[in-house]
Design a protein around this ligand. Structure first.
Ligand code: URA
Length: 240
């Protein structure tokens, strides 16, 4: 592995921007193998070096795993488009690394969206074979009843004849339901509910597998997933 500048090594971990990395290093907050290094241009092997920043060990540069509290009004498209996308919220250094959306939420859907630059991770989260449950909360017109719950359990057949996998519908109160699905077909939750005469007014994703939306993140806020969170959603991925 070629040697890299310390500010680049820090920036590549996704913890900070290049200019923030320089500031941390000059302030003596970056320890390399236990000793303070104050030169941002000092070079090390990123594979073997141990770096801590402000007292915390930083992971070796690897993939990025990001949780976003998606606001309404942004596309979860990864490719360049003239329309505003969730990638516009991400730091340029992360975008340059090829961050993309892990699955999609509709433009008007809010809540938990994951982004990564790791195709294996995305495949595991999205593939119905992984049986990762996605939990949504929907405001609907009308009130869901036992018949609707049963229809979800048996597998909804959409208007175009598409059969959905068995899913969970949980009436919360009149006009509010929770839905658990394992697939991500186009507009799936909205179409499933509409097929039962329950058109969706608003939709929010609360959970993917064991990973809940971090409610401390304001709308539009994001953070890196912790090692434990990555491991919970894609066991063994980091030790590959
Ligand atoms: N199902 C939908 O209908 N829309 C979403 O954004 C996600 C799931």
């Amino acid at each position: 592995m070629p040697l890299l500048r310390l500010d680049k090594i820090l920036c590549d971990t996704g913890r900070c921007s290049r200019s923030q990395a320089k500031e941390f290093i000059r302030a003596g907050q970056a320890l390399v193998n236990g000793a303070a290094v104050r030169d941002p241009a000092a070079k090390f092997d990123p594979e073997t070096v141990s770096v801590s920043l402000a007292g915390e060990t930083v992971e070796k540069p690897g993939h990025l795993y990001v949780m976003l509290h998606k606001p309404a009004g942004l596309l979860s498209a990864s490719r360049d488009t003239r329309k505003p996308t969730v990638l516009d919220l991400m730091p340029p250094a992360w975008r340059k690394r090829g961050l993309f959306c892990v699955g999609r939420l509709d433009k008007d859907t809010t809540g938990l969206l994951l982004l990564s630059d790791d195709g294996d991770f995305a495949h595991r989260v999205i593939s119905p074979k992984s049986e990762i449950v996605k939990l949504y909360e929907a405001e609907v017109e009308g009130t869901a009843g036992e018949e609707d719950v049963r229809a979800f359990r048996e597998g909804i057949v959409l208007k175009d004849g598409l059969r959905c996998l068995p899913a969970v519908l949980r009436p919360m109160r009149p006009g509010l339901v929770q839905v658990e699905v394992m697939e991500g077909k186009y507009h799936q939750v909205k179409r499933m509910l509409a097929s039962r005469g329950l058109p969706v007014r608003s939709l929010r994703r609360l959970r993917i597998g064991g990973l809940w939306m971090d409610e401390t993140l304001a709308s539009g806020g994001y953070r890196l997933l912790t090692r434990e969170e990555i491991d919970a959603i894609a066991p063994g991925l980091l030790s590959k």
